[in-house]
Write a protein that binds this ligand. Structure first.
Ligand SMILES: [Zn+2]
Length: 321
């Protein structure tokens, strides 16, 4: 694997782990959680490469020793990484069994064996159960790192056998500064749309997320004012902006409800378009807004099924006529 970077907002968590390691107090299993877009997957790799390195420092792996070279070539026998495989995107029981069989062996080159299970919530019940024994009776010199956006989706028996390591987003100013250094435009808005997760904001910036959202919002304002043709909007959204348009619409209607209830709500997601949303919310009563929100929520649930997207959007947009 490539040498993973340590993002500034993860420094403190790394220092804690390093301290635990130096004192011989590392847990045998960590559950690494936090918002999407904080760099959890990379952090697990960074920690692994550092702890496996034969010349470890506070900056992480040296990049030059034997384990570093083998790890870079994906041939270090003391490191294992599981990822969801196949169409169903699950971590299968045979993958976990194979991992557990490896973990019984003593380390071959490094001073320990490390296994990272990415997207750990994609283990099905059978896979999770087959991991339990290894978690309950870990072999010596073994470290397991389970990574997930959704710790509550893991079996309680798995969660309770891991030490929780929750990563938090950086303070707002720090995130803005970091995004500024990456030359991201609209960082303030992107951050508020990603709950403060800098890598999610960066990814959205690179994919033209704000521009696409602006185009869809212009359509939406047109609908609210009765100046847009619903069928044309629906067709355009389906062709170009599905399914993002549904998530945006849900977020706008939620903010409209907040604005309808309180004059200056403390928690708005769409801080850049408040005045338009506020004007829009004045045209509808609360009951109508809730009814429309419910339609969008249903559509979001159905959007991953085989149901016709155009029909879904037609249904969602119809009441805005
Ligand atoms: Zn090294």
């Amino acid at each position: 694997m490539d040498k993973p970077a340590l993002y500034p907002w993860l420094q403190a968590s790394w220092k804690n782990l390093l301290e635990q390691h130096k004192q011989g107090k590392l847990a045998h299993a960590y559950l690494l959680s936090g918002l999407p877009g904080l760099g959890k997957a990379g952090f697990a790799r960074f920690v692994s490469s550092a702890l496996l390195c034969l010349d470890l420092s506070e900056h992480g792996a040296c990049g030059h020793c034997k384990t570093c070279h083998l790890l870079a070539a994906d041939t270090l026998p003391d490191f294992y990484e599981l990822l969801p495989e196949g169409k169903s995107q699950t971590i299968r029981i045979d993958q976990v069994r194979k991992l557990c069989a490896h973990l019984i062996l003593t380390p071959q080159i490094a001073s320990m064996k490390i296994a990272v299970i990415q997207v750990a919530d994609s283990m099905n019940v059978a896979s999770a159960n087959s991991l339990l024994k290894t978690l309950e009776e870990p072999t010596a010199d073994t470290l397991l790192i389970l990574v997930t956006d959704f710790p509550n989706r893991l079996l309680p028996t798995i969660r309770s056998r891991c030490q929780q390591l929750h990563l938090n987003p950086p303070p707002h100013e720090e995130a803005l500064q970091w995004l500024g250094a990456q030359q991201v435009d609209g960082a303030e808005t992107l951050l508020s749309l990603t709950s403060g997760a800098p890598l999610a904001a960066l990814r959205d910036s690179e994919s033209g997320y704000l521009e696409r959202r602006t185009a869809v919002f212009a359509d939406f304002i047109g609908l609210i004012r009765g100046q847009a043709n619903i069928l044309a909007v629906s067709e355009s959204w389906q062709k170009t902006y599905f399914p993002d348009c549904l998530y945006w619409l849900r977020s706008w209607v939620e903010d409209m409800i907040r604005l309808k209830m309180v004059d200056e709500p403390p928690l708005l997601e769409n801080t850049d378009i408040v005045s338009d949303l506020k004007a829009g919310s004045k045209r509808l009563d609360l009951k109508a807004l809730y009814a429309r929100l419910s339609l969008v929520q249903t559509a979001i649930q159905q959007s991953s099924t085989t149901v016709n997207h155009q029909m879904l959007l037609d249904e969602v947009l119809y009441p805005w006529n």
